[in-house]
Design a protein around this ligand. Sequence first.
Ligand code: UDP
Ligand code: MG
Length: 338
Amino acid sequence: MTVQSQITASLVTPVPHLARSSAAHPVVRLSLLVPCFNEQDAVEAFVARVSETLGARGDIELELLFVNDGSTDATLPKLLRMQVEDPRIRIIELTRNFGKEAALSAGLMEARGDVVVPIDVDLQHPPEVVLDMLAKWRDGFDVVVAKRVNRDDDPLLRRIFTRWFYAIQNNVGETHIPADVGDFRLMDAQVVRAVNQLPENRRFMKGLFAWVGFPTAVVEFEPHDRVAGQSRFNGYRLWNFALEGLTSFSTAPLKIWTYIGLAMAVFAFLNGLYILIRVMFVGIESPGFASIFTAVTFLGGLQLIGIGVLGEYVGRTYMEAKRRPAFLVRAVYEPDHD
Ligand code: UDP
Ligand code: MG
């Protein structure tokens, strides 16, 4: 066994002394972290499903931590009304829509459970899977990711681009992000503390989750259809999301231009040499306008791409330098409010 495979093996085999037996942890406090943006039609079905699958068990003490991410519909009033009957519900209200990544960050700061599971309110993440995750956690894993086994319901184009994203990300990025693994995952409180310590305000959660490490297990699940409403992640939003991921975890797109520029320069130099020698031995040949034009525009294009890439990073550095928080909390509603 090589050293590397030994290390890998020790990562996939749970460490027995860390196993959390039912005797030592008869009840696990489970925080479901639920970001909501205009989900008035989904919240009730969600709570009902979760109560059915996870709520009636003696070994789980449930916290339903909703983050209202600036909904403009009746999501918040509905949640508040449900909270009166249901003391497991806590609600964080953000001051506006900050996006899912920020909503998750806000929730991680507030979650009180021994384990925290971010889960979509649209029931695309089946709550039963959380039971499989808990079993792995009891085996001693600190992180249990849920891997989607089929993405057949995604549009073809989205599937193709998703595959490309992971291929590029994992070939050039410094942090390996497992494919088909989203925010739906179990994290031990220790992992949550680690994520909360990361200072950046542009938060690509999948990347941050992967970056902190910890012994990780995988469970598989089939995503379900949305119970109500529509996905907010259209093509342009996903593209920006992918850019965020790439630039947050790799500087390769910046560095690659050095090599492209170098290769172009060498080629141009050799080509110049060749023309010079030809002129000396064969005589002057009227050079084609088209070739010059092509070369100029091609180089112009390359330069613009390079500047664009620089812009992506400079822009992000600029945003990060302002040290603005990733989100602002307007209120946290505890179950005993009146
Ligand atoms: N969401 C959010 N803020 C946003 C967009 C989405 O909190 O700006 C929440 C949304 O309410 C849902 C989850 O993130 O609980 C996933 O969103 P969606 O179903 O639209 O995305 P998809 O499942 O298509 O990735
Ligand atoms: Mg969804």
